[in-house]
Design a protein. Structure first.
Lengths: 308, 165
């Protein structure tokens, strides 16, 4: 494994670029609000911020702790954001995939957004302190397998060249391969243990840009399809339903896994489904705006070898 | 004769079928006086496209040992494309269940038209015998019986902490 450190020095220039562009946009009235990151209270940490005043744009920043997928603020919590005008949003490559998916599902309109892209070399894993340096050991697992360091199709991209990036081996790929090599009974034991940890806090649902249903199937009790108590039976059902509903839509921002207080490897399920849909239907989420996902369209030649 | 042979395992099979083809096919099997295992419980849906994967989960949780999903052949859907959508959905759902660790031999998909009473008998018999040989589906039932913390309340760490109070 390479231990070379991803070079994060570009983030200073990125921060300057975001601030300047945000200032210009808000001063000129091109957007009503900018969704971005600001420094948090703990040293090195950052948190989401919504800036509506040009004077506040100096508070914007981008660092190795700018982990959040801000796309979620444009779906569920969008009522908090001024609606009368364009909204600027700071996006990493992985977040852009979520926005692209949401545009395809008619949740957002491209013309109502001003995308401020971020050339990203990686962010910190959620398991380390925010003041930690970004290394091959502390980088978020999703960044190890990132193929979108430079978001494409943004309205603005800071004029910063990406440094050469170290090649890191994919943890999700390796873990999926490990589980696939097990017998079904062994996999059941593994997932049973993982799901037993779940406390049904639904943080994974709340943070997911794609879980925007006004009423979740799992909250309904007539009929009650999924047991709501945090017991193994309902937990298993919830995580299966969640993975199924995100299949073909999730592009792997891994926010579910980051917010999970019980450290359940949620993105593993999502990545597995993404892999299967790529193999079955040659579909990859988040690459372009499509009105139909792999599970809402079909071809007459689809595989049916499993059907009698 | 001892009690174990008297109460030998009879698999419970839940069949989710579409009303236009497979239900009519099953009806044909019945009116034609064809014999097939009484283990199958048929649930009628408008279309295979209406069958949510969560129904299959629910069936397993409620004690099904095997699940059959059956509808019209591709191109014959009463609603033009419901079974095409179902085909994709279940192709993905199978992979998910497999990854979670469910034995896919308990889950059967089939196309049975209104004229295929014989095929319905064959599909139901095959699945019933396959599941009978596999024995009861215990995984989901065990989950339902388990309390959240019952398995870990006896760990040495917890006991030590408890004794230290």
């Amino acid at each position: 494994m390479s231990t070379r450190v991803p070079d994060t020095s570009i983030y200073f220039a990125v921060t300057e670029g975001i601030r300047a562009e945000a200032n210009r946009l808000l001063s000129a009235g091109e957007v009503t609000a900018i969704v971005g990151y600001t420094t948090g209270r703990r040293t090195g940490s950052s948190q989401p911020i919504i800036v509506t005043d040009a004077d506040d744009t100096a508070r914007l920043c981008f660092s190795v702790t700018s982990v959040n997928n801000l796309a979620v603020y444009l779906t569920k919590a969008k009522k908090e954001i001024p609606k009368n005008g364009k909204i600027g949003i700071v996006v990493k490559g992985c977040d852009l995939k979520a926005l692209v998916g949401l545009m395809g599902e008619s949740q957002l309109k491209r013309e109502e957004l001003y995308l401020i892209g971020v050339p990203c070399v990686g962010v910190l894993a959620s398991t380390v302190q925010p003041s930690t340096e970004l290394t091959a050991e502390t980088i978020a697992p999703k960044c190890r397998e990132c193929d979108a360091h430079l978001p494409s199709g943004c309205d603005f991209l800071p004029d910063v060249a990406l440094p050469p990036l170290p090649q890191l081996d994919g943890k999700y790929t390796a873990e999926i391969a490990r589980l696939e090599a097990l017998t079904p009974a062994e996999r059941w034991v593994y997932w049973k243990e993982q799901f037993a940890k779940c406390i049904k806090c639904y943080a994974c649902r709340q943070v997911c840009p794609f879980c925007f249903c006004e009423q979740c199937l799992c909250d309904r009790n007539k009929p009650q399809m999924v047991d709501t108590t945090p017991r193994p039976s309902g937990n298993t059902a919830w995580h299966i339903v969640r993975a199924m509903h995100l299949a073909g839509r999730c592009a792997g921002c891994a926010e579910c896994e980051r917010v999970c207080p019980m450290d359940i490897p949620l993105n593993l399920l999502n990545r597995k489904m993404a892999k299967e849909l790529k193999e079955l239907f040659d579909y990859e989420a988040g690459l372009e705006v499509n009105d139909k996902g792999p599970l809402t369209m079909f071809t007459e030649k689809d595989d049916q070898s499993f059907i009698k | 004769m001892n009690h174990t042979t008297q109460h030998s395992f009879e698999p419970k099979i839940i069949a989710f079928v579409c009303t236009w083809c497979t239900y009519a096919g099953a009806d044909l099997a019945g009116t034609s006086r064809m014999q097939y295992p009484a283990n199958v419980r048929v649930l009628k849906f408008p279309c295979t496209g209406r069958i949510d994967p969560v129904f299959i989960l629910k069936a397993f949780q409620q004690g099904a040992d095997g699940v059959l999903v059956s509808g019209c052949h591709p191109g014959d859907c009463h609603y033009i494309a419901g079974n095409f959508h179902a085909r994709r959905r279940f192709a993905a759902f199978r992979k998910l269940l497999e990854f979670i660790g469910v034995d896919l031999n308990r889950l059967q998909f089939s196309w049975v038209s209104a004229a295929e009473g014989g095929k319905w008998v064959e599909v139901v018999t095959d699945l019933t015998e396959k599941v009978r040989a596999m024995g009861p589906m215990v995984e989901f039932k065990e989950l339902a019986l388990e309390e959240q913390w019952s398995g870990v309340i006896d760990t040495p760490e917890l006991k030590e902490a408890y004794n230290a109070i």
